[in-house]
Design a protein around this ligand. Structure first.
Ligand SMILES: [Zn+2]
Length: 127
C-alpha cells in the first residue's frame, strides 16, 4: 500500500498489488484485493471439497478405461489427479478447509469410487 499524499482529510492511496487508487484514511486496505482474495479462497475451497470430477456422471461411467483417461485429460485432469487431490486436501487443513470438511469430502469420494466400481462390476463380462 502506497500512501501518495493527503487530499483534505483523506489520502490518495495506490495499491501496490493491483494498482487501484482511491481516496481514504491512511492504512485503509484495498477493497479490490480483499474481495479478490476472498473469491480465490472460496474458489480453492470449492475445488478441494467438491472437485469437478467428483460430479462426472453416467456418461463418464459408461466409458471404458482408456476413454475415461481421455475424458479426464480433455478436462485438464492428468496422471494421478485423484491421488493429488487427496494430498492437496490433506495439506489444505486447516488453512482452507477444516478436518471435518476434509473427512466429509473423502466420504463423498469413497462413495463415488464405490459407485463406479459397482457400475463396472455390473457390466457383462465380454471375454
Ligand atoms: Zn489492490
Amino acid at each position: 500500500m502506497t500512501v501518495v499524499r493527503p487530499r483534505g482529510p483523506l489520502w490518495e492511496i495506490i495499491c501496490d498489488e493491483c494498482g487501484a487508487s482511491w481516496h481514504g484514511p491512511s492504512g485503509e486496505q484495498c477493497w479490490t484485493c480483499e474481495r479478490r482474495h476472498e473469491m480465490e479462497f472460496e474458489s480453492r475451497r470449492t475445488q478441494l471439497l467438491f472437485p469437478e470430477w467428483l460430479g462426472w456422471g453416467e456418461r463418464f461411467e459408461r466409458c471404458n478405461g482408456i476413454d475415461r483417461i481421455v475424458w479426464a485429460e480433455t478436462r485438464g485432469f492428468t496422471g494421478d489427479y485423484r491421488g493429488k487431490w487427496k494430498r492437496d486436501l490433506f495439506n489444505a487443513i486447516p488453512k482452507f478447509v477444516s478436518a471435518r470438511e476434509a473427512a466429509d469430502a473423502l466420504k463423498r469420494y469413497e462413495k463415488w469410487m464405490t459407485h463406479i466400481e459397482r457400475f463396472d462390476n455390473s457390466l457383462p463380462n465380454l471375454t
